[in-house]
Design a protein around this ligand. Sequence first.
Ligand SMILES: [Fe+2]
Ligand SMILES: [Fe+2]
Length: 287
Amino acid sequence: MNELPILQQLDLIDKLPTLPVVVNQINQLIASNRSSMAQIAAVIARDQAIASRVIRLVNSAFYGLQGRVSSIQQAITLLGLNTVKNLVTGVAVIKAFDNPGKPSIFDRQKFWMHTFACAVLSRGISRLRKCGEPEDYFMAGLLHDIGILVLDQFFHEKFISILQEYTKNHTDYTETEIAIIQVTHCDIGEYLSQKWHIPELLSLSIKYHHTPLFALNIPPSILDILFTVHISDSFIQSKGYHIGLKGEPAKGSRVILHRLGITESDIIPVWEETQNTVATVVREWGI
Ligand SMILES: [Fe+2]
Ligand SMILES: [Fe+2]
C-alpha cells in the first residue's frame, strides 16, 4: 500500500470520515428547487445531534439572535436557508474530525484558531465589500485547510516528516508537501470534499486557496470567495494565526488584492474589529 500515490491510498482507507446523510439530503433538496423550507427544516431536525448543535450556534453571540431560536425552522426564518445549510455542513465536517489526533508537534488547537480566524476575517471582508453571502465566505475559510487534518489523521508519520522538513528549512509549506508526498493538502482536501459531495464553492476554495490564479473557468462568485480566503489566510498568518508551525508566514498577493478591489489597509480595521471574536467562536463551535 505504501507505494501507491496518497490519493489512491485515501481511497483504500475504510475509516475515512463520512458525513451524516442529512448533509447530502439537504443539498439535494435545495438543488431540486421543489422543496419547502418546512421540509428542509424537518430533514435537519431528524438528525438530533446536528440540529441541537446548530440551534446552539445560532443562539450564540456571533449571530446576534441571543437565545431566540428553539427550532431549525425558526433558525431558517431568522437567518436564512443558506446560513443554516452552511452551519449543518460545518458542524458535520468538524464532527467528522473530532478525533483529538496523536500528540505531536502539530497543535490542533492552533490549527482551529487558524481556520476560525480565516473564517471570521473572510466573512468580515465580504461584508466590507458588500458582496455575496458572508456565511459562504465564513464556511470556505473554516474548511480551507481540511486536507491538513486528513494528513495528520491518516498519514501521520509522513505529515510529521513534512512539518520537520518545513520547520528546518523554512521553505514553502506546499512545496515541502510535494517533495515528500507528491500532493498538497489542497489536493487531499479537494479529493475528500468531492467524496463528500459538499458544495462546489467549498471544494474549489479548498483546492485553490494557495494557488488562486490557477483557478480557471469557475463561476465568478466562487472565484471571489477563494480569492478572499487566500488573502485572509495570508493576513492572519502575518498576525500570528498560523497552523502551529514555525516558518515564514505566507505572503498575500497584490494581484489578488487588486482583483478584490481592496488594499491591505482596508483589511486592518476589519481584522481589528473581528480578531477578538475568534477565540469565542472556536469555543462556541465546541472545539
Ligand atoms: Fe492551506
Ligand atoms: Fe490556511
